[in-house]
Design a protein around this ligand. Sequence first.
Ligand code: SF4
Length: 334
Amino acid sequence: MKYYNIPIFVPHEGCPFDCAFCNQRRITGADTSMTARETKETIKEYLDTIPKSERTVEAAFFGGSFTGISEEKQIDLLEAAYEFVKSGEIDGIRLSTRPDYISEEILKRLKKYGVTTIEIGVQSMDDGVLTAAGRGHTRDTVISAVSLIRKYPFKLGLQMMTGLPCDSREKSIATAQQIIALKPDFVRIYPTLVLKDTYLEKMYQRGEYTPWSVDETVSVLKTIIPMFAENNIEVIRVALSVTEEISPNGALVAGPFHPAIRELAEGEIYFDKMCEVLDKDKTKHIFYVNPAEISKAVGNGKRNIKRIYEKYGIRIKIKPSDALKKGGITAWKE
Ligand code: SF4
């Protein structure tokens, strides 16, 4: 069964806030108001391009703070998407919003109109970081929103960021720990980038904010990605998609931009695991990993193979094993 989502962007709509890092209009490439008619057209267009069977499809309202839009507009957009749920053409509706825009009344409405998945922008569980990022809510707001959502049968996703103003390696790891304690079904992790026309850009230009480097970010990612995996919480995305806007030629001003930052971090996780084996037993030169993970274990440009040779003087081999889950590794002698 393949999963498809039909993205419907509601840029900045419903959001009276200006988080320091956010320029949703530029990220989504859309700056007009979404209407019910456009919602239906978008869903129809996508449905024409995806297979008719062996699939799960959700309409996904992303971009702004959906539940902060006027009630009338929310119902308008939800009704438009719900028609396709009722006709069986799509399987559900997902949306993203802020933790302070969650209430019993809102959740009842979302349930009534076929919403299946709610994603909450947590960003940090450190109140100092939340204040510095201009989020306008606290850690407690997140905890209250999650406990309300958990009274309903929604799938829950939580989004966190690394490298916000006042953040640190320790605070990002603590945020991941506290998110794990909230038991979401999945998470997204976004390293902070400085984008044009944001307050963060002004802070950066005034010397008040120094973005994390790619190396600092990878070092945190390689620590927190396994923490989520160990707790059976899927990390469905790391970093914003690279688009014309999110690139050095677009709105990107500074920050840990790398088109394959997740792969870099996952390559590091394998490197560390192989070093752990070799530190104990240097006769184990063959490493088996899940077939889908070979390129991560080998590393970009055979980076891990080369680094192991430099560190231990050993030429390791990496082979596939169907018996291993993603992330698993076993080592054997030649
Ligand atoms: S709440 Fe979300 S949409 Fe609104 S400014 Fe912050 S990040 Fe952007």
